[in-house]
Ligand binder design. Sequence first.
Ligand code: CIR
Length: 265
Amino acid sequence: MKKLIAITRPVSETIDQCELTNLERVPINLERAIFQHQVYEETLISLGVEVLALPKEPDLPDAVFVEDAAVVLDECAIITRPGADSRLPETGSVSRALAPYRTLYSILAPARLDGGDVLVAGKRIWVGLATRSNQSALDQMQSFLDPFGYVVRGVPVQGCLHLKSAVTRVAEDTLLINPAWADPVNFPGMKFIAVDPDEQYGANALMVGKTILCQPAYPKTILRLEAIGIHPLLVDQSELAKAEGALTCCSLLFENLDGYSTKPS
Ligand code: CIR
């Protein structure tokens, strides 16, 4: 496997003050959330990923969800402008961590973008247009990425927080999708595995090289993946799920390309 880096950040003690959009607030067991996050990081390490853990952000409840602060591609990284005001300060440290690895572009006002709304497959990028990301961000992304040949398209999303709550990649050309939240018609040329209808939140899988991570909370969806020869590794994120987080949200995963430093300066 090519050398992958994952930027992560510890769970904040204030996670119980996180943003919530589609879920009712229920108590989060901090100890268990921290433990599950450590297992997540250890799983990445066991797969050969170098984990770069950022310092804690005790006053930023949602800071563990680093995915929302940036979009990392082979050619560059885009620092987002998160859709929730409470999350705007999360981008500074992520930007500093990415600077040694990629040329950076920044989403500027009035645009809003959460990385959780951005799905990439080759040179195609889909941006979920729900509550956190807007057309202005999509337009800015397209202008940054034109020179690299990317095509950026908007996708309506309903019923969930982010596009990647509704659909993620589980193979080069295959998407795991909840069709009630994002319409497959928006992803021409892709193949689909639908989540089991009893497992609405089951579409957020994390692809690490050729390995797929899924949550054990979605056994019927896992059976569907196994039926097409995908045998996921199971990583429980039941506590962060109460904060509307899932597997992709907790890391920024990218290839360490030649010509860039191996450690942030
Ligand atoms: C939020 O509402 O922003 C956080 N409580 C959850 C963010 C989860 N991030 C993600 O799915 N990429």
